[in-house]
Design a protein around this ligand. Structure first.
Ligand SMILES: Cc1cc2nc3c(=O)[nH]c(=O)nc-3n(C[C@H](O)[C@H](O)[C@H](O)COP(=O)(O)OP(=O)(O)OC[C@H]3O[C@@H](n4cnc5c(N)ncnc54)[C@H](O)[C@@H]3O)c2cc1C
Length: 513
């Protein structure tokens, strides 16, 4: 193993050129960007290395034919986590980014045409519940309390602390057991709602972070309270404006982001991370290495020939991964005014469909879709008179053995037909631009194990201590942030993973030369 920078490294601009302690961040997803901001604010000189042509990871922006597409996250909650990053740099989030609250948060449309408007207003929610089943209003009132209690412990107290000590985990266990973490979201929700449609409305949230509501730990009931407490927001100009703002913060603090720069290995000496090797063979020395790459990929492919101990290839293979995503991005020449900004367009089945996606790993003919129409809130994201959309379908990850090259276009056309038959009549004639990503693209573009949309599945025994730790036990000075580590996927989760670095990454003075 090479531990000294190669001649290529010394001829390139290396963070080691300065006396300032240095950190290299692998990947510019929200977790990586937040880590870079936090480390810069503490005095590290940070270099972010990103294999794609631009920043954001899953939140990369693509412009096609005048339509601006956010490729990934669209629902922004817990804005205080962004505000903290701006404050660390002596700035104010609202000077750079305009977050507007969504009301309702989502429109949930059932196969029979009934619509549930999911809002943050409790009285309005009671009316919506009553519309479906008046007898469940009481259960809704009680469920609010349950979600709040879980939120307070599982998110407020424990999402931004490192779960890398078994002792700490055991200490938290009694409190966590009281929260029914051994139950599932669907099971817990079913205690409070008897109506099958309402069970769907209140249990679908884990899908937003790659979990199966039928198996995901009931801790994720917290999302309902998180959204109500902090709101659901849209970032004007698209989620990309948050990414752009974060890049500005990093550069403003003297950090650097290099694109088209794939890391092929993490260098180490005497059990300590010492830098990275790029696919171009260039080596970059650093005092700290932070991996925002998929945690499974990091331990499987980036250990520079040294198999990880805790996360051995066999264990990584045994681990279960979140579902895959089929995302169809398209623009239209005309406007579809009746389509709300966030629509959950449900199919005829719920539990059966979830079992097919997560357990049977079978691509089915029916689907439940999330339809995103950002130009409903910000018309500047589409050319004059048109609309910009994406539609997302949860599908099995690559364990399905599906050949997406053959299947992709057929599946896209089936989604188009479903939209034409329901909320978007005439869509085919209105299309102006179109492209799609399959789980295969998540594997090849984002280096996501098994093409999973959200990294490792958020199950009880793949959460907290059982998930890859933020402080790697494989090498000193190697840290992990992002969806595949604690606390998990979703923008609030990955921003929290970066916050944990403040506690576990050494003070830069340790490396002062
Ligand atoms: C379609 C979609 C919609 C979503 N919607 C929402 C939503 O509305 N709200 C929400 O909160 N969450 C949403 N999520 C989840 C959320 O986007 C993710 O959990 C989160 O953005 C992941 O961030 P991350 O920090 O893990 O990094 P990622 O976004 O996974 O980025 C990792 C980066 O690392 C780079 N990389 C990997 N390996 C290397 C390497 N070897 N060298 C260099 N670079 C490398 C990759 O290219 C990538 O840019 C959505 C996800 C998807 C896919």
């Amino acid at each position: 193993m090479t531990n000294k920078p190669s001649p290529a490294a010394s001829s390139s601009k290396s963070p080691q050129d300065s006396k300032q302690p240095t950190a290299v961040v692998i990947g510019s997803g929200f977790g990586g960007l937040a880590a870079a901001i936090r480390l810069s604010a503490r005095g590290y000189k940070v270099t972010v290395l990103e294999r794609l042509h631009g920043p954001g990871g899953r939140a990369l922006v693509e412009e096609r034919d005048g339509h601006i597409f956010d490729l990934g996250p669209t629902i922004i909650t817990a804005p205080y986590l962004f505000e903290e990053l701006w404050a660390l740099c002596g700035k104010t989030l609202s000077d750079d980014v305009n977050l507007v609250p969504m009301d309702p948060f989502y429109q949930i449309r059932f196969d029979d045409g009934r619509v549930f408007n999911y809002t943050g207003d409790i009285d309005q929610m009671r009316s919506e519940v009553a519309k479906f089943n008046p007898a469940d209003v009481d259960g809704f009132n009680r469920y609010l309390k349950v979600s709040e209690t879980i939120y307070k412990t599982a998110f407020e107290d424990l999402s931004a602390v490192p779960f890398d000590s078994l002792w700490f985990t055991l200490k938290c266990a009694p409190e966590m057991i009281k929260l029914d973490g051994h139950r599932t979201v669907f099971g817990k929700v079913s205690d409070y709602f008897s109506d099958p449609s309402l069970r769907t409305v209140f249990s679908f949230h884990p899908l937003l972070i790659g979990g199966n509501p039928l198996t995901t730990t009931a801790y994720y009931c917290l999302i309902a309270h998180l959204e109500r407490l902090h709101g659901v927001h849209f970032s004007m100009g698209g989620t990309g404006s948050l990414v752009k703002g974060m890049v500005g913060l990093i550069e403003g603090q003297g950090g650097e982001i290099r694109y088209d720069s794939e890391v092929s290995g993490i260098l180490s000496s005497e059990g300590k991370a010492t830098g990275v090797r790029l696919a171009s063979s260039e080596e970059l020395a650093a005092d700290l290495v932070i991996s925002n790459a998929d945690s499974a990929w990091t331990y499987h492919h980036l250990m520079d020939g040294k198999p990880a101990n805790r996360w051995s290839p066999a264990k990584i293979d045994r681990t279960s991964y979140s579902m895959g995503l089929f995302v169809w991005y398209f623009g239209t020449k005309t406007k579809f005014e009746d389509v709300y900004h966030h629509v959950m367009l449900l199919g005829p089945r719920y539990e059966g469909l979830l079992k097919d996606i997560f357990t049977n790993k079978k691509l089915t003919e029916d689907f439940s879709l999330y339809v995103h129409r950002p130009s409903a809130t910000d018309p500047s994201l589409a050319p004059e008179g048109g609309d910009t959309f994406y539609v997302l379908s949860p599908v099995p990850n690559l364990d399905s053995g599906m050949n997406w090259e053959d299947e992709g276009e057929r599946y896209r056309a089936a989604i188009q037909k479903r939209l034409e038959d329901t909320i978007m009549p005439g869509l085919g004639d209105a299309l102006s631009t179109s492209f799609f990503f399959t789980p295969k693209d998540f594997e090849t573009r984002l280096l996501s194990m098994k093409g999973a949309g959200f990294g490792m599945e958020p199950k009880l025994f793949q959460s907290a201590w059982f998930r890859p730790h933020n402080r790697s036990e494989e090498m000193e000075n190697l840290f992990l942030v992002g969806a595949g580590t604690h606390p998990g996927a979703g923008v609030p989760g990955v921003l929290s993973s970066a916050k944990i670095l403040d506690e576990i990454a050494p003070d830069p003075s340790v490396f002062q030369r």
